[in-house]
Design a protein. Structure first.
Lengths: 237, 219
């Protein structure tokens, strides 16, 4: 029998090793798997390369993982925001690496990684500093820059509902990077607001087919990151 | 009343209004963060425009009433929004397929500098101490069919923003189609910059003095 349900976030991330590459879903707080990230802080794996669109807010979630000095390098498109203090300070001190990637190129590099495409040509960033050192080729009279796929050892993803096969549906704009990240990681670990019986998710409405998911953990009431940030909470509590 | 010459030009609201008038019925539109967001409220009645936000929503509606914000329903600026009836959600790769694949008709963006050949710089001043952040700007200018820029004509210190060649790092090369400033609306064409319209009180000489690149008038 296939049963991908894991009881706790701690068990779900127990094998994340030092030096692992970890994709983390979310666009700001929307879709950020905060309970899985906190479990990873408890676990303490270090020297991580993290792929995520942003770098977290305040002192919880992804920002707390960075603040706990577990992240060696961030690959992201927008590493600052009004409430993002941890990453900018470490970056200015030269204590964390950054690979800046245009948002659509980031999404496509992850998609390609999941789809078995090693590299691709995109019009994005041609003629800009982000194309420097990359192969540029002309197709039909237009220039394109070559970008490489990204894969990861683990993906930490938040969704709305999941079944024991790992079929997932998301909630509104919290979907963002979740579906592509599930495809591009050796081990996709998902926190779901609810776990339902197989068949309860309409097969026509499944967004992430279960084959892309290894583990599902139910987190019924995930923390509201902006509330924690407003309250100036810090993790570990 | 003191006659303050500094007051020549359109207010931000009027600039956004000018952009809105140029958005046709049926357009799929992506609005950048900040002033471009004002455009959606100013499109003339009777035109149906669908707003795309790159974090995965087609059919973005107005801001929600206080108390009805949903932190999982946000725009690219991470502000809470609503979804219109008929909206749809999708993941990031699909969202940028819409952008890069030339399915979005118009994108409205802010600018640090625009060159006479339509190069745009709007993501970095090249300051070594600043944290670089690009978001979706490079994908938008590379993929959206028509790029409108809305920006003050000069910087806070009075330097021209419309220049011969950008000195800031580029967002994209030869990507801008039309520039809406507080002083004028300017088309970027293969023959150079052509002035479509000037704000009341603005003359070609006044405009050229505040523009590094050469400006031309339509016949």
């Amino acid at each position: 029998m296939i049963n991908k349900i894991i009881q706790t976030p701690a068990e779900a991330v127990a094998d994340v090793f030092n030096g692992a590459t970890v994709m983390i879903s979310g666009f700001g707080e929307a879709g950020s798997p905060i309970e899985l990230i906190h479990a990873l802080i408890d676990k303490g794996a270090r020297d991580l390369v993290v792929i995520s669109n942003n770098t977290g807010s305040g002192h919880v979630g992804l920002a707390a993982l960075i603040e706990n000095r577990q992240v060696r390098k961030m690959i992201c498109s927008f590493p600052r925001s009004t409430n993002s203090k941890v990453f900018p300070e470490l970056y200015k001190r030269g204590e964390i690496e950054l690979e800046l990637v245009p948002q659509g190129t980031l999404a496509e590099r992850i998609r390609a990684g999941g789809a078995g495409i090693p590299a691709f040509f995109t019009p994005t960033s041609v003629g800009t500093p982000l194309a420097e050192g990359k192969e540029v080729r002309e197709f039909n009279g237009q220039l394109f820059v070559m970008e490489h796929a990204i894969r990861a050892d683990f993906a930490l993803v938040k969704c709305h509902a999941a079944d024991r096969y790992g079929n997932l549906v998301y909630n509104k704009t919290a979907r963002n990077f979740g579906p592509v990240m599930c495809t591009a990681a050796e081990t996709a670990i998902v926190q779901a607001r609810k776990v339902v019986e197989p068949g309860q998710i309409d097969p026509e409405a499944v967004v992430t087919p279960g084959i892309f998911v290894k583990r599902v953990v139910e987190v019924t009431n995930p923390a509201d990151e902006s509330k924690l940030v407003a309250e100036e909470r810090r993790y570990p509590w | 009343m003191v006659n303050n010459t500094e007051k020549i030009g359109w207010e931000v609201q009027e600039m956004a209004q000018k952009v809105a008038l140029d958005i046709p019925d049926g357009a799929y539109v992506n609005l950048g963060i900040g002033i471009p967001e004002m455009v959606s409220g100013l499109v003339p009645e009777g035109r149906e425009v669908i707003y795309h936000t790159e974090n995965g929503l087609l059919g973005m509606g107005p801001l929600p009433p206080a108390g009805e914000e949903d932190p999982e329903l946000i725009n690219a600026g991470k502000k809470c929004v609503t979804a219109i009836p008929g909206a749809c959600y999708f993941h990031h790769a699909d969202s940028f397929t819409m952008i890069r694949g030339k399915h979005i008709d118009i994108c409205v963006l802010g600018a640090l500098q625009i060159s006479e050949s339509g190069d745009l710089a709007n993501w970095s001043t090249g300051d070594e101490k600043a944290i670089p952040a690009v978001g979706g700007a490079m994908d938008l200018v590379a993929g959206v069919k028509t790029i409108f820029v809305i920006s003050k004509h000069v910087t806070k210190t009075g330097e021209p923003k419309i220049v011969k060649s950008c000195t800031y790092p580029l967002t994209g090369k030869a990507v801008v189609d039309r520039i809406y400033t507080d002083l004028a609306i300017i088309d970027v064409t293969p023959k150079g910059l052509f002035v479509r319209e000037m704000a009341p009180g603005v003359t070609m000489d006044y405009l050229q003095e505040r523009t590094e690149a050469a400006l031309h008038q339509y016949e």
